[in-house]
Write a protein that binds this ligand. Sequence first.
Ligand code: URP
Ligand code: ZN
Ligand code: ZN
Ligand code: ZN
Length: 467
Amino acid sequence: MSNRTLISGGLVVTAADEIHADVLIEDGRIAALAAHGTAAAETWTADRTIDATGKYVIPGGVDAHTHMELPFGGTFASDDFDTGTRAAAWGGTTTIVDFAVQSMGHPLRDGLDAWHAKADGKCAIDYAFHMILSDVNESSLKEMDLLVEEGVTSFKLFMAYPGVFYSDDGQILRAMQRASVNGGLIMMHAENGIAIDVLVEQALARGETDPRYHGEVRKVLLEAEATHRAIQLARVADAPLYVVHVSAEEAVAELAAARDKGLNVFGETCPQYLFLSTDNLAEPGFEGAKYVCSTPLRPREHQAALWRGLRTNDLQVVSTDHCPFCFTGQKELGRGDFSKIPNGLPGVENRMDLLHQAVVDGHISRRRWIEIACATPARMFGLYPKKGTIAPGADADVVIYDPHVQQTLSVETQHMNVDYSAYEGKTVTGQVETVLSRGHVVIDRRTFTGRSGHGVYVPRSTCQYLT
Ligand code: URP
Ligand code: ZN
Ligand code: ZN
Ligand code: ZN
């Protein structure tokens, strides 16, 4: 027996089109679209009809950068795959790509197995993995090929965090050379961590221990320099490059220059860089610790360059880098020493709404909203058109979005497992109303109707965004 759901009367918005259309879902997939009120749509019968009149019907969000339960600075990110994926669903995201971590001295396989064990049977929405390479050596390079074949097709390297995740330029070049052959996509944390560590030591020696000094030592120039270096190494290796969590205007300029040369160089930014700034890091009474992440928040002037990059396609993706740590007991580890504050912000639940607010504010168009939050992340990481669009054959990951409702973001109403909101008190226009994951209603008019374990692991193909 097939199971049919009809979403009727809404404005279907994809990266390509905006059409008043009815959407027929059959057995978890999009079966057909037809212009609303036409004869084709009138003949459709369904077990369930969802009235989307006056609402947007959009693809479920694809958040290509999350860290559930990430071990960092002697603690763990406070959302696990259960709480974090529920929160994602509440925020209209139906797929996450999380980062499995290779431990120093261990094979990639061990790290990947460990992340499968964390996620298996717990997720409310679908999920996939990137792999963090912390130890680039002969055997981990060989293992990259196997991972690409089984659907882990992207690898994050760090130019920051010496002694933890850091790779030197030789290791980076080797990994890029391998990726250029096996089709993997190198994702780069581009900050000069060696120089940053010198500045951290000097700042602490001067007694500069407050959270705001996190932003001062992690200099714009050191993000731009690392971005430039990563691009040149990728050119030498003839490999595509995706720079994660871009925050500085000067780093956007490096990406733009590379793209003007026609290179396969891509950039991601995150809502925190678009909506928050060093003003937040400077909040008194250690409140600034809530905003410690890397790359750091920048002076407000950088935001215009990020918005412009999103419009000109010098930046292609907005992900959250969701990596929450509670203020109490976790961020507090860095009282008296900003370098001990665990790095990361909560946000998996807020991304679709904040980017819709960017539409309301006139920064981006409605279709660009869907492109940077759904379609391009799906293409970039080999999930398209199963994820990221509403088209026949695609998974029925669909959000009914009310563009008129006003809501105030707050720790009181959010679902992420963390004791603060980075956007406390911010009012945005628009809210997720109903969410379907592979045809199952997981949020029904703002009631959670999903379950842990509904979400499945999705192996990915290689990057579908190369020119
Ligand atoms: O501060 C951040 N971004 N924490 C998560 C780890 C990373 O570098 O993405
Ligand atoms: Zn209509
Ligand atoms: Zn990073
Ligand atoms: Zn991250």
